[in-house]
Design a protein around this ligand. Structure first.
Ligand code: ZN
Length: 503
């Protein structure tokens, strides 16, 4: 109503003027003048209203608002007839800022001629892109030895919430040492976010050290320790043998356990270490020959068979030379069974080495050891009818590999005999399971170890691939025959040839 004060003032002035006129008793003129003024006022007001609308200044940012952001509607200013009527404006309609959409809002101004109304549309939109979070960071180190494994990611949007499943990953191999992963996701309003992860492919693999010779060596006091060295190979740097550093020493004049450490690092600083254990023993392992031993007899023994590549050829040579031998066998398959049967059929002795050769399990207790030999004994019996009672301890009765169970060998050496078996070590070692790599080496070790003054139990192996022994066998037999030895297989009547237990 404030709007029309001017018009009302004009009307009041008109009425006062009219009353003055009326006082002069000019009634007719007064009525006429009054009607005319009134009519003019109404017409002028109508014309004004038709021509001049109220001006509602709405804050411009109101028309497009961000979802989830409460943006109260505000009117800057409304004027009409040069008057500020902002306080007179009524707002109708509601905006839900949590719901994307278009909302109609009305601004109402009451006038003498009805309600003036203006409407506008408020659009609630989402213009914020989702946020991508990379587990493991934007710089990531990956070992070259493994396939890339995505460390994980997630994408959260203000409005659409979890968009992780919609993330698209693009993988680009940039170089041998660098890879780039691009993660992209768009929300339902088309706002796109991108993040990049740089994957550095690094060398974190240490070189591989291989010892020349065995990891555990046994020496007798006074014998020379021969350093055989080691080899080192790195997948990236190649041969690093020259860079191996050695620590530790062996005093062969003193009984004890010694350790030599071999160390090498690759160009990336990855270090590898390997140790060799050297056991210096007080006493030499000596064979004890039974009173009824036959001096000058050679008992050839073959351990760790049967193998399809070596055993048949050894049997062929033995047959050709008419020599009987002893096979200390391990568990065998169907092919091996035929070989065990052939060994028996051709007059050799089949001895029990063990169902398993695994030092770490078989020497855990008397029971584990005994069941390891009875299991194989029963299998031989079942498949061939042969009763095997001659045994050989894996590693020999003087082994030190069983020292994780102190004293077990001393107990087993008695226990095995008490249970009706006879066990045999050796007094001539071919070295074919150790450091010897040539047939000449096998031949030399065996022929030098033979002695006419005792019975000779020769340790050899017929495991797969042992061609050096296979190729030396004929010459060894020839040497024995030429030098007046006789060959025999071990039987239950053969005096035991045993070592002194070291554990
Ligand atoms: Zn063996």
């Amino acid at each position: 109503m404030i709007l029309y004060l001017v018009e009302l003032a004009v009307a009041i002035i008109a009425i006062i003027v009219s009353l003055i006129v009326l006082r002069k008793k000019e009634t007719k003129k007064f009525i006429t003048a009054f009607i005319i003024i009134l009519a003019l006022l109404v017409v002028s007001e109508g014309v004004t209203f038709a021509l001049e609308k109220p001006v509602i200044e709405i804050k411009k940012e109101n028309t497009t608002v961000e979802a989830k952001v409460d943006n109260h509607l505000k009117i800057a200013k409304t004027t009409y007839h040069f008057q500020d009527i902002t306080g007179e404006v009524e707002i109708e309609g509601k905006v839900d800022y949590n719901q994307i959409g278009s909302y109609e809002i009305s601004y109402k101004i009451p006038t003498l001629f009805g309600v003036y109304k203006e409407t506008e549309v408020i659009n609630v939109v989402d213009t914020t892109p989702p946020e991508i979070n990379l587990e493991g960071g934007e710089e990531y180190n990956q070992s070259y030895s493994k396939e890339y494994q995505e460390p994980g990611y997630s994408a959260i949007d203000v409005y659409d919430e979890n968009l992780t499943e919609k993330v698209q990953v693009e993988k680009n191999q940039i170089s041998d040492t660098e890879m780039e992963l691009k993660y992209t996701v768009s929300d339902n309003s088309g706002n796109t976010a991108t993040k990049t992860r740089k994957v550095h492919i690094v060398d974190d693999i240490a070189p591989n050290i291989t010892l020349n010779g065995s990891e555990t060596m046994t020496l007798i006091i006074g014998n020379k320790y021969e350093e055989k060295g080691a080899k080192a190979v790195d997948e990236k740097d190649g041969d690093l043998t020259d860079k191996i550093q050695k620590e530790g020493s062996v005093d062969t004049s003193k009984e004890g356990n010694y350790e030599i450490t071999y160390k090498v690092s690759d160009s990336k600083g990855n270090e590898a270490t390997k140790k060799r254990k050297i056991i210096v023993l007080k006493e030499e392992i000596k064979a004890r020959t039974g009173t009824d031993g036959q001096p000058g007899v050679i008992y050839l023994t073959f351990d760790d068979g049967p193998s399809s590549s070596i055993t048949p050829k050894i049997l062929d040579i033995l047959k050709q030379k008419n020599v009987k031998a002893t096979f200390f066998i391990l568990n065998y398959n169907a092919q091996g069974e035929a070989l065990v049967k052939r060994e028996i059929a051709e007059g050799h002795t089949v001895g029990i080495h063990g169902f398993s050769h695994d030092y770490n399990t078989i020497y855990q207790s008397v029971d584990t050891y005994m069941s390891n030999i009875t299991k194989l004994q029963e299998k031989i019996k079942a498949s061939t009818g042969y009763n095997a009672t001659i045994t050989r301890f894996p590693g020999g009765s003087s082994n030190t590999v069983s020292r994780y169970n102190p004293g077990i060998m001393t107990i087993l050496c008695k226990e095995v005999v008490n249970r009706g078996y006879r066990y045999f070590d050796w007094n001539v070692s071919s070295g074919d399971a150790g450091d010897v790599s040539t047939s000449q080496g096998v031949y030399n070790n065996v022929t030098k170890g033979l002695s006419k003054s005792r019975s000779n139990v020769v340790l050899m192996h017929d495991f797969s691939g042992n061609t050096k022994t296979l190729n030396a066998l004929s010459s060894i037999i020839d040497y024995g025959i030429q030098n007046g030895y006789t060959f025999s297989n071990i039987t239950t009547n053969t005096p035991m040839v045993t070592h002194k237990p070291n554990n």
